[in-house]
Design a protein around this ligand. Sequence first.
Ligand code: SF4
Ligand code: SF4
Ligand code: SF4
Length: 372
Amino acid sequence: MFYHLILTDECNLCCTYCRGKAFEALAGGETDVAIDTSLSPDFACDLGDLYRFLERDPEPCVTFYGGEPLMRMDLIRKIMDTAPVQRFMIQTNGILLDRLGSDYVNRMETILVSLDGPPEVTDAHRGRGTFDGVIRNIREIIAGGYQGELIARMTVTEGTDIRDAVRYLASNDQYSFDSLHWQIDADFSGDSSMRKFSRWLTTSYLPGIRALIGDWVGIMEAEGRVARWYPFLQTTIDLLQDRPSRLRCGCGHANYTIMTDGHIAPCPVMIGMKNSYVGHIRTADPWNLPVLDMTGSCRRCDILGFCGGRCLYADITRPWPPEEKAVICSSVRDLRDGLSSVLPEIRRLLGSGKIRREDFSHTRYNGCEIIP
Ligand code: SF4
Ligand code: SF4
Ligand code: SF4
């Protein structure tokens, strides 16, 4: 099982689209969400309780999460030194990555680092100098021997040219990422911003995705490799095998989140959403955690097997009226149609031996949300 472990709510950046905005939006949402306002902002669990819980899982994978988890480097080192866990990952903004120490960095199976595209795009959302600082740290950990998977995790908003952003991170003269994931910031509220979002989606994002799918297949053809662009990678291998998926981020069935007070939530974004908690580390059995299914209109959707439901958090909080949700869902349908249109070409490349099925292999539930 995969567990996000929330170490702190503190962060050393102030990004334009952060979690605070999500809670503001909830106030106007369709459902009332009870938030535990007494939840400690810092990790306050008994480590013995945490370890007894993790010990009952034969293969736990812990992902350090925040806020910015590297604000609690002391705790990361302590947990990595003493927890009954072999597999560790981290989702970080990368600002302090050079300070953790290669003994710890090199044991991370996966590092998801937040970058939104080229320097000017990243810095516009995450603060001046962020891009260069993060890339400097990445080069430093690689020089220190890091060989695990490094995933650039992008948040894309109106103003992002998705094709330019992905192509830049995949190939530039500072550091080129083979593994990339992106997530749309769909936290629009109110009609005018929805209209702006909708216009951007149809005139920029969707055409950009179609072009990127072509670029992705072009890399297979020209270089004989499958770039690890997660929104394409997992969905395509499932389409090739005609295999439906549950919620692709794994939340509520393969991936749970341990809050700072030891409560277990289905998703790392559900900070303090006490009505959605599924247990506490003191008493829960890792193999008996409740499995959550989508409850809303997704259950009747004809592409549920492809999409998986996109987001359990959104299913619970219902942030959009139906017409706004339809805009989001149109992007999922377009992704499915775009990928389906290149399946014959991919099958041909597989048949010719240019690429192999194993080239699509990846760790599911590693923190990539998959459906943007
Ligand atoms: S780095 Fe992450 S937690 Fe920190 S402000 Fe940015 S989005 Fe929020
Ligand atoms: S496309 Fe929309 S309605 Fe269909 S499963 Fe995904 S989120 Fe649900
Ligand atoms: S996609 Fe939704 S349910 Fe999954 S991790 Fe993200 S916010 Fe949580």
